[in-house]
Design a protein around this ligand. Structure first.
Ligand SMILES: N[C@@H](CCC(=O)N[C@@H](CS)C(=O)NCC(=O)O)C(=O)O
Length: 203
């Protein structure tokens, strides 16, 4: 049985939750409170020296961190990760895009607003995230105008990586109303069997 250490409000953790639901993988979910610095304990850093969630305990003292690495691990051998070399590299291409050109803007703006309550001292940083976030949304919308999912007609972990923070981008101050192809993609993604909504509050 796998153990996932995460927070249901975090998009990076929600990526893992979505895939284990889609694949029906038995797992135990352990809540980690990042605002209480639970990722900074010695015990936690034995699992992830980078002090971040999500982390998955695979058993036999093996741990995996970085959300997209975890997705690749679980998706291997399933329809969520193609076998073809070019298609697999395309999945990675969109996942690297997510981590470099999307998450640092959209997820960080959301964190400053939703987790920290938009404190005055981070207002300039929050506003500074908007242009980069809209740039990433533009790239996605253009691609989705001609493609049902990021790799065509089959949903893959590239979609999971990008769905996690895009569908709650409003919580980072992003207006998605003009991004009609992204909205159509949301609807298609949400019909994948096993789909669960992201929690909007921790229970
Ligand atoms: N690139 C990492 C980012 C992980 C990350 O930033 N996790 C946040 C929650 S979404 C965290 O653990 N923050 C705790 C901290 O920075 O102290 C991934 O994709 O897993």
């Amino acid at each position: 049985m796998y153990t996932v250490f995460g927070d249901m409000l975090s998009g990076n953790c929600y990526k893992v939750k979505l895939l284990v639901q889609f694949l029906d993988i038995p797992h135990r979910w352990v809540h980690v409170d990042i605002l209480a610095n639970e990722t900074h304990t010695e015990d936690f850093q034995q699992m992830n020296p980078n002090a971040r969630i999500p982390v998955v305990a695979l058993g036999d003292d093996q741990y995996l961190w970085e959300s997209n690495a975890i997705l690749n691990y679980f998706a291997d051998g399933t329809t969520f990760l193609p076998q073809d070399k070019y298609q697999r590299a395309k999945v990675l291409q969109w996942q690297f895009f997510e981590q470099y050109s999307h998450e640092p803007y959209i997820a960080t703006a959301r964190y400053i607003n939703k987790y920290l309550g938009l404190p005055k001292e981070r207002l300039a940083e929050y506003h500074g995230k908007q242009a980069g976030g809209y740039q990433a949304l533009g790239v996605m919308d253009k691609h989705l105008a001609d493609n049902q999912f990021f790799l065509g007609t089959q949903a893959t972990i590239a979609d999971i990586s990008l769905y996690a923070y895009t569908h709650v981008a409003d919580e980072g101050g992003f207006d998605l109303s003009a991004y009609t192809h992204i909205q159509r993609w949301f609807r298609d993604f949400e019909t994948i069997p096993g789909y669960i909504k992201m929690a909007r509050e921790n229970a």
